[in-house]
Design a protein around this ligand. Structure first.
Ligand SMILES: O=P(O)(O)OC[C@H]1O[C@](O)(CO)[C@@H](O)[C@@H]1O
Length: 524
């Protein structure tokens, strides 16, 4: 199927939802295929599944939980329920606690153990307990006077040093974020940060300098943080859907509470669109269906997300967790193995840098990779140079989407080469190498400017799109069983590396462990 000639020929492939202009005109979609995709959604029980999701039913069946992240951002609008119990009151109460805490930090009412104001905040967490707050912090400028927010996620000590070595314990607040409060990386980093603090300021400083964000109250208490310094979120909030909860505390500190609430409002507006828009112009539904079409009908297993925005440079990594941890699964909810690819492999980077990295493959690789182009009409800065740079950025964004769609025919290339006076043999060899097949699909997401409300809408758009993909594949997007085995083995491997008498079960791992041990030497 050829891509349509002009966007105006396909008015139903473009919507404005929650302030985002979402245009899928350059996808392989005509009236017929749209009908087929929508009937597939109906067969998969889309309306009922969406109703269950928004009603707080146990859509995460394997873990017997709801997935009610919408309640976190829509708490001001109505009383959301989880399994029949109203949760909005506790959501609002927790938001208020966050608000008071952020205000106290801003006004220097909450001070460190030696009476100094907090100038730095370290978010210690990994996965959803890191990527969400960091993506927001990078995307949007800090509120005036807000402390600087840092992120410690990896257990690699090099990261610990990069983040912590420049900080002063007296002016540093440590925020340990972990839904389970068991993630090994987070616990190791939290303990090390605790030792760092205690060595400088003594044991009593822990109460002033540590707060926790978790759903596991007992573990938080065991770590030595009492409930007055614990911000809660709940079982029904998945890690990769948690930025809207207290897990976004570092982002709230960075943005200030009014703008954090604006981000929640943007996501809530996308929730409303997903809930209320007609199917054919329902952006998360249509984009999710198009993803499934790309994977299942066309066999394209990759997907690229390219924000033309340096501030959104972490978005591809954030979406990798959202998409691939949710839908990278081989079994469906009925326990049957699924044939073929499920969730797409997501690659990404920012434009224009990505154009000089993997775009070659997007243009001429044998298999199409659908691309999401994301851009804002206005730049962040207001100077003439900012506007000029931004215009160039946007030109590239639009040009790349067009180049992917239209390509360059062999005839055109041949005519150009002839004009340059090339000989026939060279032309024969060069024409296939220089032509572009075109017909490469993309989606364009535009916003007026990158603001809290638009960022919220953008992230929620992807959340619901992932839900739609999962529904069509029959999988549960809300668990992540595939991360467990590696975690268990890493625990065992720790003893193998620590103790030469402990053997690894796997001979290849054992040989590697021996080699590593034989190369251990004290730093010179
Ligand atoms: O917040 P926690 O419990 O530390 O988990 C961190 C991350 O680990 C995972 O469980 C697995 O990677 C993610 O789903 C989660 O976001």
């Amino acid at each position: 199927m050829a891509l349509p000639g002009g966007a105006d020929a396909r008015p139903n492939c473009r919507v404005e939802a929650a302030g985002l202009r979402i245009d899928w005109s350059r996808q392989f979609l005509d009236e017929h295929s749209r009908g087929v995709l929508l009937s597939l959604a109906a067969e998969a029980g889309f309306h009922e599944a969406r109703r269950k999701l928004f009603n707080g039913e146990r859509v995460n069946e394997s873990e017997q939980r709801a997935a009610m992240h919408m309640a976190l951002r829509g708490a001001g609008e109505r009383d959301w329920q989880v399994e029949g119990e109203v949760v909005s009151t506790q959501v609002r109460a927790e938001l208020e606690r966050i608000e008071n805490f952020v205000a106290a930090l801003r006004d220097d009412d909450r001070l460190g153990a030696t009476g100094k104001p907090f100038r730095n905040v370290v978010n210690i967490g990994i996965g959803g307990s890191h990527l969400g707050p960091e993506v927001v912090t990078q995307a949007l400028p800090a509120a005036e006077g807000a402390p600087r927010v840092h992120f410690l996620s990896n257990v690699d000590p090099a990261q610990y040093h990069r983040v912590m070595d420049e900080l002063d314990p007296e002016t540093t607040l440590l925020v340990v974020v972990s839904k389970t409060f068991t993630s090994r990386e987070t616990m190791v980093n939290a303990r090390r940060a605790r030792e760092w603090l205690v060595a400088a300021l003594g044991e009593n400083a822990v109460a002033d300098h540590f707060v926790a964000v978790s759903a596991n109250v007992r573990r938080v208490n065991e770590f030595g943080i009492d409930e007055t310094r614990l911000f809660r979120f709940w079982d029904w909030v998945g890690g990769r859907f948690s930025v809207w909860s207290a897990a976004g505390l570092a982002a709230a500190i960075h943005l200030g509470m009014p703008r954090f609430r604006e981000m929640l409002a943007g996501a809530a507006a996308m929730d409303r669109h997903f809930l209320e828009a007609e199917d054919a112009v329902n952006a998360p539904l249509m984009l999710g269906l198009l993803d499934v079409q790309s994977i299942r009908a066309f066999g394209w297993s990759a997907w690229a997300v390219v924000p033309y925005s340096d501030r959104l440079r972490l978005l591809p990594a954030y979406l990798q967790q959202l998409v691939m941890e949710s839908n990278g699964k081989g079994a469906n909810q009925r326990g049957q193995m699924i044939e073929g690819q499920t969730g797409p492999v997501l690659l990404g980077g920012t434009g224009t840098d990505a154009q000089h990295a993997f775009f070659q493959m997007l243009h001429q690789g044998p298999l199409p990779v659908p691309v999401d182009f994301i851009a804002s009409a206005c730049p962040q800065g207001e100077s003439t140079a900012d506007w000029e740079g931004h215009r160039i950025l946007l030109s590239n964004c639009l040009a790349q989407a067009e180049a992917l769609a239209t390509g360059k025919s062999p005839e055109q290339v041949e005519a150009e080469l002839r004009q340059q006076g090339m000989d026939t043999d060279t032309i024969r060899r060069l024409v296939p190498q220089k032509s572009f097949k075109g017909n490469r699909p993309s989606t364009l997401v535009l916003m007026d400017r990158l603001s809290p409300v638009r960022l919220g809408a953008l992230i929620a758009l992807y959340e619901h799109r992932v839900f739609v993909q999962a529904l069509l594949f029959g999988i549960n997007p809300f668990d992540q069983m595939g991360v467990e085995l590696g975690k268990t083995l890493a625990g065992r491997m720790e003893s193998v590396l620590a103790d030469a008498d402990a053997l690894a079960e796997d001979p290849i791992a054992e040989a590697a462990a021996q080699w590593i041990r034989s190369h251990w030497e004290p730093p010179s």
